[in-house]
Design a protein around this ligand. Structure first.
Ligand code: SAM
Ligand code: SF4
Length: 330
């Protein structure tokens, strides 16, 4: 459907759990408030919401979390979502720790693509950021997915490495960029957003990062027909001659893309969120469990029509979202 600003909303991110097996410094360094199992949407409830969503034109789904692979039955949910008429793509965002273990099952479920969050290729820096010595496990999962011809995207939050007290930042992004030389993966850099613990970190300006990349990789140029290769997300893609994969920049702060935003988010507790910046949305769990007579599709439509024109990250005093990114799903 189109929202009140004429944007086509056809993509829903679904967080299936608040829990995670990592403790990324900018996301949930101390874990999350424990939520009782009964407060989390069941897979049947998620299925019903997706069915209603297709009535409004939702076509693309991303299963996320917390860490989606820590919730039992994640692959079975993906298999069910793939059967919903009108759903064209179901993809997953994972930290990759459990990817090797679940890859075969994900492929059998019909997964259309996997985004792996990986901020560094330095083992000690990885441990410092995430709290776990997990780099090798993530890389094994990534390689197996690539060899199985699953489309893979690497998502790296751009970190200020002086602030992190480790490698200098050029070394870090260069090693990540070089993954796209060796493997047919899109390596995407994400500007830190002032959500949850992200507020405590500097946002690396991607305009500057792009200049540095172009100097380091002469011939790097913007892709023209990115929709054909990468879908309709907010990343701006670049090709480097001889590379198997592309480089993407997702620049929510220094390259605001709200006028083309195509998404809504469903939290694990059933809130349909229409913008990262604001708490507003619709409590779909309440509609499903207590809303006698209320029509799910109508409630979702009303929320989407109230989707704000733009985020307000540049005016932090206006941000009303208080949940960490792990509760929202990224
Ligand atoms: N656990 C899974 C993972 O890490 O891919 C899925 C959930 S995680 C919240 C989704 C994405 O959000 C990750 O790529 C993570 O790096 C990113 N993220 C978390 N906090 C962020 C912030 N403050 N700004 C930008 N991205 C953030
Ligand atoms: Fe977990 Fe993902 Fe948040 Fe890291 S970014 S703590 S992996 S939910």
């Amino acid at each position: 459907m189109n929202d009140s600003y004429g944007r086509t909303i056809d993509y829903m991110r679904i967080s299936i759990t608040d829990r995670c097996n990592l403790r990324c410094k900018y996301c949930m360094p101390y874990g999350v408030e424990s939520v009782s199992h009964k407060d989390i949407l069941t897979y049947d409830e998620i299925y019903k919401i997706v069915l209603a969503g297709t009535g409004l034109g939702i076509k693309h789904l991303k299963v996320t979390g917390g860490e989606p692979l820590v919730r039992k039955g994640c692959c079975e949910l993906i298999r069910r979502l793939k059967t919903v008429p009108g759903i064209e793509h179901v993809t997953l965002t994972t930290n990759g720790i459990l990817l090797e273990e679940y890859l075969e099952e994900l492929i059998r479920s019909g997964i259309d693509g996997i985004n792996i969050s990986l901020d560094t290729l330095d083992r000690e820096a990885y441990r410092q950021i995430t709290g776990q010595d997990g780099l090798e496990a993530v890389l094994r999962g990534m390689k197996r997915a690539v060899y199985a011809s699953v489309p893979v995207k690497i998502n790296a939050v751009s970190l200020d490495w002086e602030e992190m007290g480790r490698l200098n930042k050029a070394e870090n992004w260069k090693t990540l960029v070089l993954l796209a030389q060796q493997y047919p993966v899109d390596v995407r850099f994400i500007e830190m957003m002032p959500i949850g613990c992200g507020k405590m970190f500097k946002t690396v300006n991607h305009k500057q990062l792009l200049e540095e990349m172009m100097q380091a990789f002469p011939g790097m140029e913007r892709e023209k027909d990115k929709e054909k290769r990468h879908g309709f997300g907010p990343a701006v893609y670049y090709r480097i001659p001889g590379f198997l994969g592309s480089i993407g920049l997702i620049s929510a702060i220094h390259g605001k893309f709200c006028e083309s935003c195509n998404r809504v988010r469903l939290t694990a507790q059933g809130m349909l969120k229409t913008c990262l910046c604001f708490e507003d949305g619709a409590d779909l769990r309440a509609v499903l469990r207590e809303g006698e007579g209320k029509n799910l599709e109508e409630v979702m439509k009303t929320a989407i029509m109230k989707k704000p024109a733009a985020h307000c990250f540049e005016k932090p005093e206006k941000i009303t979202e208080i949940h960490p990114m792990a509760a929202i799903g990224g």
